[in-house]
Design a protein around this ligand. Structure first.
Ligand SMILES: [Zn+2]
Length: 263
């Protein structure tokens, strides 16, 4: 029996690698109980494609935004385009955006990009999908000074201090397949310690395949491995966790669409 009504809070089905087999990927996801997913953009093209996919497929929703990796190419007109794309009824969040200090471009540029996204998210009353790597302190000082009301730290790999700050601020923490890796002690600790009301899970496909698919191309149907691992770490049944995650997903992304997405 597949799990009931799982939701992949972050997968890049807008990556060209999925172009030719979208139908198969979606039917495999459905067979595993993954009935919905958010497809975040990471630049203008991928944001447009996310909106297009969400328009074509009932189970998919879009987020639009520019990732820190592309901060160098980001110009003032681009945010206007993102804002325009966000008007589509299939867009439920802005992102992904954030700070990438591990191998990202100029930090100042990244910070400008991140601030601009927070302001736009607040203006549009959309939650923000945040990428952060090796940037905990700067990330938090920007979130605090700009004042972000709704969002998720996606593919969480930060420390416990960042987790506590995020939770204290009402943000969500999303756990990826990294949690299944043997040495990912910090991510496992976060998955176990984060209050269940603030927890989401994701594949971040096509990257970061969970065990037993590690090293291969990831896809939403593999979300079950992350669900099972997190449930095991927390000592609860996967079904019970799935139900909780479903309501978290609704709270963060679909609060404005409650009637359309009622159970
Ligand atoms: Zn991503």
């Amino acid at each position: 029996m597949p799990y009931k009504r799982l939701f992949d809070s972050h997968c890049h089905l807008n990556d060209p690698v999925f172009k030719k087999e979208m139908k198969d990927v979606l039917s495999r996801a459905k067979a595993e109980g993954v009935i919905g997913a958010i497809v975040p953009g990471y630049d203008l093209d991928s944001s447009k494609r996310a909106v297009e996919l969400a328009r074509l497929h009932k189970s998919l929703y879009a987020a639009v935004g520019i990732a820190p990796h592309s901060a160098d190419e980001f110009g003032p007109d681009d945010l206007a385009i993102i804002s325009q794309l966000a008007e589509s009824p299939d867009v439920v969040a802005l992102g992904e955006t954030g700070l990438e200090y591990h191998h990202g471009p100029d930090k100042k540029r990244q910070q400008e990009l991140f601030r601009a996204h927070i302001r736009l998210a607040e203006a549009l009353e959309l939650p923000l999908i945040i990428h952060s790597r090796d940037a905990d302190d700067d990330l938090w000082s920007i979130i605090e000074t700009e004042g972000l009301s709704r969002g998720v730290l996606h593919c969480f790999t930060g420390g416990s201090e960042l987790m506590e700050r995020a939770v204290g601020h009402g943000l969500f923490v999303s756990i990826s397949g990294i949690v299944t890796f043997k040495n990912a002690v910090d991510v496992q600790r976060a998955a176990k310690d984060v209050p269940i009301e603030n927890l989401l899970i994701e594949t971040d496909a096509p990257y970061l395949s969970p065990i037993p698919h590690r090293g291969g191309r990831n896809e939403p149907s593999y979300l079950v491995h992350t669900l099972e691992k997190v449930a095991q770490l927390r000592g609860i049944a996967p079904d019970e966790l799935a139900e909780k995650l479903r309501s978290n997903t609704n709270r963060l992304f679909f609060a404005l669409y409650e009637n359309e997405n009622a159970d």
